[in-house]
Design a protein around this ligand. Structure first.
Ligand code: 15L
Length: 270
């Protein structure tokens, strides 16, 4: 793999999963960073002039969606645990089809919405240190497994076809942190847009993994690769800590939300 490559800021960005929670927030916030968006979702995306309603399995629609696109932000998929057959179709096959369509259209950069659940069965370091991005994948669900697949697919398409991908292992995207775990894992809407902007424009050599959280005082994950892309988070879940701890109490050390980074996802299917 060569030197990290800077790119001119992409102008037209294909946003898959545009009707979802993160997609809706990025539709609101990304244009201020200088992008025009083309939206793609299986559900109609209200109020967007350039929007395609289709499944990722619709090869023709996906090929049309890629026309003239400078970069892709791929959010589409099932956002939590589900039966394996559903994860296989939406997250695994869907992501493969997305990469194939991007390759055929000559798109150079993809920002892939991975998840912290790709490493959810990692134990929280006892010494309080943050977990680096090169810690081994350790999925906590079929959902997390599909994110591992997406990251490996991105690596293959970087090595084989020269497509640059930033895989963002997103923490907890919510308007405000709602649990003690989220004091560590929270990603605010503003920081999410700043992170995606950095991933679309920052220097990348092939496939890069970055954790996606705000500048949380209690962060569990190392943000150095995100910062190397130019990400400068501005929010900190600590602003909500006193109120949340007063309401919910601190986590007990044997609570799975405390022991494993994936929190309650590690209990799915047990
Ligand atoms: C995710 O990847 C999920 O999409 C989201 O619903 C949250 O559960 C989040 O992780 C989290 O870990 O809080």
């Amino acid at each position: 793999m060569g030197e990290p490559r800077m790119v001119n800021q992409p102008r037209l960005v294909l946003l898959t999963g545009a009707a979802g929670r993160i997609g809706s927030s990025l539709r609101e916030l990304l244009p201020a960073h200088g992008y025009r968006l083309r939206c793609f979702d299986r559900l109609p995306v209200p109020g967007e002039p350039d929007a395609i309603t289709a499944e990722l399995a619709d090869a023709e629609a996906l090929a049309a969606a890629m026309e003239g696109v400078d970069a892709v932000v791929h959010l589409a998929g099932i956002p939590g645990e589900a039966p394996f057959a559903d994860i296989l179709a939406a997250n695994i096959d869907g992501t493969y089809r997305l990469y194939e369509a991007a390759r055929a259209a000559g798109v150079r950069r993809i920002v892939y919405a991975s998840s912290n659940h790709a490493t959810g069965f990692t134990e929280r370091p006892a010494d309080g240190s943050s977990v680096p991005v090169d810690a081994p994948q350790r999925p906590d669900t079929y959902y997390g497994l599909s994110k591992c697949f997406g990251e490996d697919l991105a690596s293959l398409y970087a090595d084989r076809h020269g497509i640059e991908t930033v895989s963002l292992r997103i923490g907890s995207f919510t308007p405000e942190p709602r649990s003690i775990r989220m004091l560590s894992t929270w990603l605010s809407a503003g920081d999410c847009a700043r992170l995606v902007h950095a991933a679309l424009t920052g220097p990348v050599a092939g496939h890069t993994v970055a954790y996606g959280i705000s500048a949380n005082t209690r962060a569990w994950w190392d943000l150095s690769t995100a910062r190397a892309l130019g990400y400068q988070p501005q929010d900190d879940a600590e602003d909500y800590a006193a109120e949340l701890i007063a309401k919910l109490g601190e986590l007990a050390p044997d609570d799975p939300e405390y022991r494993y980074l994936g929190g309650s996802f590690t209990q799915a299917g047990r």
